[in-house]
Design a protein around this ligand. Structure first.
Ligand code: RP5
Length: 164
């Protein structure tokens, strides 16, 4: 199976990003984690993304806050799918990072999840890998069914409490 790269702009992003690692572990998807910054270590970020495909990666997740250029910078140097996580780390509540991550110019896409949406970033990466992996696709379906059952149980509990 291809690996998922999880790159964060700073170790201060880890509390948010760790949810992506938890989700990848849950699905048994191999991953590698690094701290590379588009601004503070641009050479390392470039070298990583340039070599990511030949190093066995299938998807890159990139998390950054403030003027969040990391996902775009990695996407500029790789044709692998890149998923951006805007991190809420500033006085602007993450809106700065959201806009910096999502507003990519045509030709260099970044699939952007919600502010601090690390679990969804991992799920989207898993869904991408599942295109070529039936066992992974089955796990995803089973998880969706289990999540639906939980909501239906909650519906039944609340409905029985309030409905005549
Ligand atoms: C971004 O700046 C990082 O991704 C982080 O969210 C933010 C603040 O970084 P630190 O100053 O906490 O290292 O590049």
């Amino acid at each position: 199976m291809k690996k998922v790269a999880v790159i964060m702009g700073s170790d201060s992003d880890l509390p948010v990003v760790s949810k992506a690692m938890d989700t990848l572990k849950e699905y048994g998807v191999p991953f590698e984690v690094h701290v590379y910054s588009a601004h503070r270590t641009p050479e390392q970020a470039k070298a990583f993304s340039e070599n990511a495909r030949k190093n066995g990666f299938g998807v890159i997740i990139a998390a950054a806050g403030k003027a969040a250029h990391l996902a775009g910078a990695l996407a500029a140097n790789s044709t692998l799918p890149v998923i951006g996580i805007p991190v809420k780390s500033s006085t602007l509540d993450g809106l700065d990072a959201l806009l910096s991550t999502v507003q990519m110019p045509s030709g260099i896409p970044v699939a952007t999840v919600a502010i601090d949406g690390a679990a969804n970033a991992a799920l989207l990466a898993i869904e991408i890998l599942s295109v070529a992996d039936d066992a992974l696709a089955d796990k995803l379906s089973r998880a969706r069914e289990a999540a639906s059952r939980k909501v239906l149980e909650k519906d039944a509990a609340i409905a029985s409490q309030y409905n005549a």
